[in-house]
Design a protein. Structure first.
Ligand code: GLA
Length: 676
């Protein structure tokens, strides 16, 4: 490796450090005739755009044949953008290999679990571990870097695009070879691997590395540790690709920051972004709203977690949509106000760049019905007017750029390993959804008007008075110790069903559940009692549990039962417990209560930790508060979560945003930013 990434932000042309938000989009000029480019730059300026991501899918255009390069068009558009005052986040263009490459080398194509080849015709059809693909990709990166090293528009490098969006799991022979290398590094000997994988089970004992394969389609449940390791390996394999491109770029353009766009959103779970975040100069994320009752909460959750991955520093919203996407079952158009609200909610959680997919809506191709900054209707459209208004607003908010997010007193602990392991097959239930449980807790925080940071496992806990670690399934000994220390020294830990159950090898901790957390929680569970789909159990606090229950025995005098089951064969048994530990506590919620059901429990747990809402009473639940700060100034972002007008009585400070209906009133879906 050339050198480790350091926290750096965009290098603006002329090294101009005036605080500003980056605003723009993916730009695909190769889809348009030359005369459109001039109009593009003119409209970009009109909309306040100051950055675009260029050349993401341009490989086939840049390298039309193995030894042929065509940069003329890219030179021209780079110059044109620069003359227009628009900086370029330049892609390495390796995201999607051209047809000549896959014809020449079909061995770069990924293979599914059941042995089918993923053929060209869409995009990202390459094996992360293919040495052939790597060679061609790096040659392209080198050409790009050499060509544009000194171009004044170049402000950052954008490695590939959404690494792992379609090719995270590849079961090819290349993958098998690379998996064995990865396993050799992790375990050293086949014997150690046999132990970790528990191969005494079902006659799986290996005697040679060559016998080991990715968990390809098998007769029954594949070995769980093999599956978990394959997930770890697959994330690492793409991370390795990221590092290979990055190191080449660092060698040629050491002063240009390097990023790649993550997908912290929804159920995209293959890439361990807490681990990847160390590999880039600044974190970038793509986010698309899933319409539905928790859609906005999910946006906030993802933005919040991205802020944690960025270590509280500014991050880059590389893609979101101005309106509908093309890839959901029904692609809903955004309502008035949602374009700006969604963007500003990312900014509230630390984004210093607001970009969309894409600049101009494609006339052809699979994404022709995906919204853009300039829709099919053209600039004379509501979408473009909203885009231009947002550009103006971000300009007005420039002083906020560069500020860090102000940590909350409470946090939700998010753990990729537990996400992966808790949802594997042959478990007590196949209905458990890790991220949904975490999101439900987040929604409960929002409903109570209490800020919570969504932090990744490994981030320091000591600044938080209360940490909720939902379904913390994988708890190695060191983590158990860290959590015990946290509670001993005054922290209030909350965890839930199916937590503490296994170690890093996915082996059950013995002696009763919740395994590694049993003593800390002061409870013991001999057998899980999951519920059938549609089944529910009442609790004596008026809530209803679904999905899961436990038959809990309290084993410590310092445990208080906060709620008990109130029906069925669990009637009278503890459902929610809290043990006093040192100056803190450790609580356990044994069933799924859902976002609404968690409110009451969370309110009690917060009271126990001495945490109250920073919002005036009438705003709680109706308005989300996020806080950024630098120097003396603190910026409150107040986001209307409702479709009604909400008055901000009781909020003091200087508004930086003109609210729709007066300075301290939020219109439906409105956002106010207040300096305090
Ligand atoms: C992803 C990709 C883009 C585009 C959008 C559409 O985020 O990176 O190229 O396909 O999805 O939503």
């Amino acid at each position: 490796m050339t050198r480790a990434p350091s926290p750096r932000w965009l290098r603006w042309p002329d090294d101009d450090t005036t605080p500003r938000f980056a605003y723009g989009a993916d730009y695909n000029p190769e889809q348009w005739p030359r005369e459109v480019w001039d109009e593009d730059v003119r409209l970009m300026r009109e909309a306040g755009v100051n950055i675009v991501s260029l050349a993401i899918f341009s490989w086939a255009r840049i390298q039309p044949a193995p030894g042929t390069w065509d940069f003329d068009w890219l030179d021209e558009i780079m110059d044109l953008l620069h003359q227009g005052g628009i900086a370029v986040d330049l892609a390495t263009a390796t995201a999607s290999p051209p047809p000549w490459l896959t014809t020449l080398h079909p061995e770069v194509l990924p293979v599914t679990q059941s042995g089918e080849t993923l053929w060209p015709g869409a995009r990202q059809h390459w094996r992360p571990t293919s040495p052939v693909f790597r060679e061609y990709a790096l040659r392209l990166v080198e050409k790009m870097a050499e060509r544009y090293a000194d171009h004044p528009a170049l402000t950052a490098w954008h490695v590939s695009n959404e690494l792992g969006c379609h090719n995270i799991y590849d079961y090819s022979d290349d993958a098998a070879r690379a998996f064995r290398v990865w396993l050799t590094e992790r375990y050293g000997t086949v014997e150690a691997l046999n132990h970790a994988w528990g191969t005494a089970f079902w006659s799986q004992r290996y005697t040679e590395w060559e016998q080991i394969l990715p968990p390809r389609l098998a007769a029954s449940h594949p070995n769980p540790t093999q599956q978990l390791d394959f997930k770890r390996f697959s994330s690492d394999a793409l991370k390795d690709h990221l590092r290979a491109e990055r190191d080449l770029l660092y060698g040629i353009t050491p002063d240009v920051p390097v990023t790649t766009n993550f997908m912290v959103m929804g159920e995209t779970k293959g890439m361990h972004y807490a681990d990847w975040a160390q590999e880039v100069d600044f974190v970038s994320n793509d986010h698309y709203v899933h319409p539905g009752p928790q859609g906005l909460d999910e946006l906030s959750f993802s933005a919040n977690l991205t802020g944690s991955l960025a270590g509280g520093r500014p991050w880059f919203l590389m893609e979101h949509s101005t309106s509908a996407v093309n890839w959901q079952a029904v692609n809903v158009a955004k309502r008035a106000g949602e374009l700006a609200r969604d963007s500003l909610l990312h900014v509230a959680h630390g984004a210093d760049a607001v970009c969309f997919f894409q600049w101009r809506q494609s006339a052809a191709g699979a994404e022709k019905y995906h919204s853009a900054m300039v829709p099919h209707a053209g600039a004379d459209s509501e979408v473009f007017r909203s885009v231009a208004a947002l550009g103006g607003l971000l300009g007005d908010l420039a002083e906020v750029a560069g500020s860090a997010r102000r940590p909350a007193r409470a946090a939700i602990l998010f753990d990729w390993e537990s996400w992966w392991a808790s949802e594997q097959d042959s478990h007590p239930t196949s209905l458990l959804r890790y991220r949904q449980e975490a999101l439900d807790w987040y929604s409960a925080f929002l409903a109570l008007g209490v800020r919570a940071d969504v932090i990744h496992q490994g981030a320091p806990l000591d600044g938080y008075d209360l940490v909720v670690a939902p379904v913390l399934h994988v708890v190695p000994r060191a983590l158990a110790k860290e959590l015990a220390n946290y509670a001993e020294s005054g922290g209030h830990l909350v965890t839930t069903y199916f937590s503490g159950v296994v170690d890093e090898n996915d082996h059950a901790w013995l002696g009763g559940y919740p395994g590694a957390l049993r003593e800390l929680l002061g409870i013991r569970i001999e057998e899980f009692a999951p519920l059938l789909d549609g089944e529910s159990v009442p609790l004596d606090d008026g809530t209803t549990g679904t999905l899961w229950t436990d038959r809990i025995t309290v084993t410590d005098d310092a445990v208080e039962v906060l709620a008990a089951y109130n029906g069925g064969d669990r009637a009278g048994l503890p459902a929610i417990t809290r043990r006093t530990v040192g100056t803190g506590s450790a609580a356990y919620v044994s069933t799924r209560l859902g976002a609404e059901g968690l409110r009451g429990v969370l309110a009690r747990l917060l009271a126990g930790a001495g945490i109250t809402s920073e919002l005036p009473e009438p705003l709680r639940g109706r308005v989300e508060l996020a806080v950024r700060a630098h120097g003396e100034a603190e910026y409150w972002f107040l986001v209307n979560r409702t479709d009604e007008t909400v008055g901000l009585a009781g909020v003091t400070g200087t508004p930086l945003t003109p609210a729709a209906e007066g300075p301290l009133v939020l219109g439906p879906r409105g956002v106010a930013v207040v300096r305090r």
